[in-house]
Ligand binder design. Structure first.
Ligand code: HEC
Ligand code: HEC
Length: 221
């Protein structure tokens, strides 16, 4: 398993290094973080809004501590190493490629500096009223307005893509995310996803979370 991983990862790392050589940072291009973000663009786009076609979520303006922690997890293999995790496995080679902790921090700071982009809703059939009740236990960690709480390691959810929230809840529930013994924060979140009985409950809570950001309230049918 591990060697399969390493082979797959090396392929992508090579492509990324080739890009690095082809696109040297110019003096006025600013920080190391900005330079490193050059590789993230292909999936998360210039503004960090992500692209559902690549399963890449909206990361614009996520807090630096959260982004750095996720990059550490993708680096060490705490996240993105489950073979059922198609999306996580796309991000994992990037984590491997970001070898230095200082680089992971630098690019996290750059991501955090990107202005927030309101996501366009894509899910239909969620009931925000039911979702409001289901969200009550979530607010203990993610905050009543889903702005997140650093002390508890819980990220903001209020500007996140609905389709991505749904996959992550499914992944926490099934153990694709958050079940590695070293994943302290994942262990906090997993039982919460298990509280959501089925996909409808997940859609309901997401519909409520979507009302907390500045996004339009319902998806086009
Ligand atoms: C090949 C496409 C690709 C590239 C390049 C890429 N990502 Fe990702 N990224 C993804 C995908 C797909 C996910 C979703 C993983 C999941 O669903 O678990 C992701 C997830 C993330 C997350 C987790 C977001 C969250 O809310 O937990 C962060 C942070 C992130 N990427 C940052 C970066 C940074 C910084 C770079 C550049 C150094 C980068 N990504 C480059 C595809 C990519
Ligand atoms: C005990 C604290 C706690 C509670 C309660 C909690 N969460 Fe979380 N949640 C976390 C932590 C910590 C993380 C970050 C996990 C990590 O670092 O990988 C997280 C991550 C998430 C993510 C992934 C976000 C991303 O950008 O990838 C989603 C979605 C989420 N929580 C939704 C919920 C919902 C919905 C509820 C209520 C049903 C809930 N959480 C309740 C602690 C909590």
């Amino acid at each position: 398993m591990i060697s399969r991983w390493k082979r797959a990862a090396r392929g992508v790392a090579f492509v990324l290094s080739a890009v690095a050589l082809a696109a040297p940072a110019t003096a006025d291009e600013g920080s190391r973080g900005r330079e490193l973000y050059g590789f993230c663009r292909q999936c998360h786009m210039d503004n960090g809004a992500g692209n559902p076609l690549y399963l890449a979520p909206n990361i614009a303006g996520l807090p630096e501590w959260y982004v750095a922690r996720q990059l550490d997890k993708f680096h060490s293999g705490i996240r993105g190493t489950n073979f059922d995790d198609v999306a996580g496995m796309r991000m994992r080679p990037v984590g491997i490629w970001l070898e230095k902790e200082s680089d992971r921090k630098a690019v996290a700071a750059y991501v955090a500096s990107l202005p927030i982009v309101e996501p366009a809703p894509t899910l239909v059939g969620g009931d925000p009223e039911r979702g409001k009740a289901l969200y009550a236990p979530c607010s203990a960690c993610h905050g009543p307005d889903a702005k997140g709480m650093e002390a508890l390691g819980a990220p903001a959810l209020d500007h996140q893509d609905d389709w991505y929230l749904l996959t992550q809840l499914e992944h926490f529930k099934s153990g694709i995310r958050g079940s590695k013994p070293q994943d302290v924060q994942g262990a906090q979140m997993r039982p919460m996803a298990m509280l959501l009985a089925d996909e409808q409950a997940m859609k309901d809570v997401i519909a409520y979370i979507m009302t907390l950001g500045g996004a339009p309230k319902t998806a086009k049918e």
